[in-house]
Write a protein that binds this ligand. Structure first.
Ligand code: HEC
Length: 168
C-alpha cells in the first residue's frame, strides 16, 4: 500500500512530463503560426495604411493649393508691395523699406489690430482697402492712398496682406 503511492505518483509525474513535452512544442508551433499570421496581417494593414496615406496626401495637396492661393502668397505680395510703392511711406524690414510717413509695418499693425480687437490679417486687409477705417495714433488721416482696393485685384490684395502679416 505504502509502496504503490510513490509509484502512482511517479507514473503521474511521467504522464504530466509527457503531457508538457507535447504541450510545449505544440504551444511553440501554435505561437509561431499565430505570430507569422499576425506578421502577415500586419503587412497587409501597413500596405492598406500606406495606400490610404497616399490617397489622403494627394487629397490634402489638392485642397491646399487653392486655399493657399486664396489666403495669399507672401512672395507675390512682396513684389506688389515694391511695385505699389508702399515702401516710400512705410518702414518694413521684409521689403527693405525705410519710409517714415506711415507706421512701421514691422510692429504697428499687430499693436493696432489688438486695439481694434481684430485678427491681424483682417486688420491689415482693411487698412489697405479702407485706410481711413482706422487711423493709427500719431499718423495723418487721408495720406495713405484710398485707391488700393480698386487698383489691386482680390488676389493681389490677398498676396499683399499675406506679405505684410507674414513676419510678425
Ligand atoms: C503716401 C504714403 C503711403 C503709402 C504709399 C502707403 N501708405 Fe500705408 N499708411 C500711410 C499712413 C500715413 C498710415 C497711417 C494712417 C492710417 O492708419 O490710415 C498708413 C497705414 C497703413 C497700415 C495700417 C497700420 C496700422 O498699424 O494702423 C497698413 C497695414 C498700411 N498702411 C499698409 C500699406 C500698404 C500695404 C501699402 C502699399 C499698397 C501702403 N500702406 C501704402 C501712408 C501710406
Amino acid at each position: 500500500m505504502a509502496g504503490r503511492d510513490p509509484q502512482t505518483t511517479a507514473a503521474e509525474i511521467v504522464i504530466w512530463l509527457l503531457f508538457f513535452a507535447l504541450l510545449v512544442p505544440a504551444g511553440v508551433v501554435g505561437w509561431a503560426i499565430g505570430h507569422s499570421t499576425a506578421g502577415g496581417t500586419r503587412t497587409v494593414t501597413q500596405t492598406v495604411a500606406a495606400s490610404t496615406a497616399n490617397t489622403t496626401t494627394a487629397k490634402t495637396t489638392t485642397k491646399t493649393t487653392p486655399s493657399s492661393s486664396a489666403a495669399g502668397t507672401a512672395v507675390k505680395g512682396e513684389a506688389i508691395f515694391l511695385d505699389t510703392g508702399c515702401g516710400s511711406c512705410h518702414t518694413f524690414t521684409a521689403a527693405g523699406s525705410t519710409g517714415k510717413i506711415g507706421p512701421d509695418l514691422d510692429t504697428k499693425p499687430s499693436v493696432d489690430a489688438k486695439k481694434e480687437n481684430m485678427a491681424l490679417a483682417a486688420f491689415v486687409r482693411e487698412s489697405i482697402v479702407k485706410p481711413n477705417a482706422y487711423i493709427s495714433p500719431g499718423y495723418p488721416k487721408g495720406v495713405m492712398p484710398q485707391t488700393f482696393g480698386k487698383q489691386l485685384s482680390k488676389r493681389q490684395l490677398a498676396d499683399l496682406a499675406a506679405f505684410v502679416t507674414a513676419r510678425k
